[in-house]
Design a protein around this ligand. Sequence first.
Ligand code: AKB
Length: 337
Amino acid sequence: MRKPGILITGAGGEIGHGLVARLAGAGRPIITLDVSALDGALAPLVSREFTGSITDASLLDRMLAEFEVDRVFHLAALLSTRSEFAPISAHEVNVDGTLRMLEFAQRQGESHGRPVLFVYPSSIAAYGLPDLATKRRAGRVTEDEYLQPTTMYGCNKLYCEQLGRYYSRHYKQLSAGAAPRVDFRSVRFPGLISAVTVPSGGTSDYAPEMIHAAARGAAYECFVRPDTTIPLMAMPDAIEALLRLAEVPRPQLQRTAYNLAAFNPSAGELRDLVVGLFPQASVAFRVDAKRQGILDTWPMDVDDSAARRDWGFAPAYGLQRALHEYLIPTIVPRGRG
Ligand code: AKB
């Protein structure tokens, strides 16, 4: 008899931390797959931890033989900045790895006869606005506009949304007896800000880095211009969105990938807020022209009305609440050790 479970890939990452903590104790065994061992706080929360790569076919075969999985949260990815330094590795992890996980889900579904829910975080990196004037003019971008990403990571995310749609609807459409067994659902996350982890390898990292540095009383050099504006979101809302999307009856979902929005201060506004809260903090702007160039192609804001309409998405945290009720009360005591 195989053991039942929910699989979380990339469980040791920023979203994984929040998701494992949130799902632990909810009654369903959690299985994780990450290239690194889980940290001491997370490991006791999961039933079984696999350390390895999502591209390792024999590891996935072992997992298939041992576990009956009916839900996959596929979080493992190389983020946008890191991916630009290693585009081939990025493609291997972000695309080949996702393809293997979709195939894993399909085979799981075939083995137990039920569709396997596959929840996938895509990103605002899927967008690519051609220049700053267009970005400012475009305002809240809908899911079908400006889909010309300029980063490897953005290309990977956009393509994997399509792969997910293929596995959900058209898998082996010419083979007799083959049927899709994957129920793929995806959100395009804004830049995420967690109180418990600091991201690495992303291009939206300036926002969480600035907040964490200020709360620790450390000086921060922000790598973007003060006018830089992209959508941002507090981690609890991101976790809530993944869980809510997973619960929606399939017929309600009219899209494969949904925008999510919460708040979108400019980097300068964020600096003024954190320096107001932590007067000992100092934030200087020292622009990295290349990373800035990537951020200038991401939208200032996104239109999330489809997610609100189809599955009742509604973020609990605006910027003020995120700072005062989530980020500062969590970061400050941790910083004091
Ligand atoms: C990144 O900056 O790469 C990510 C993202 C916006 O998907 N945080």
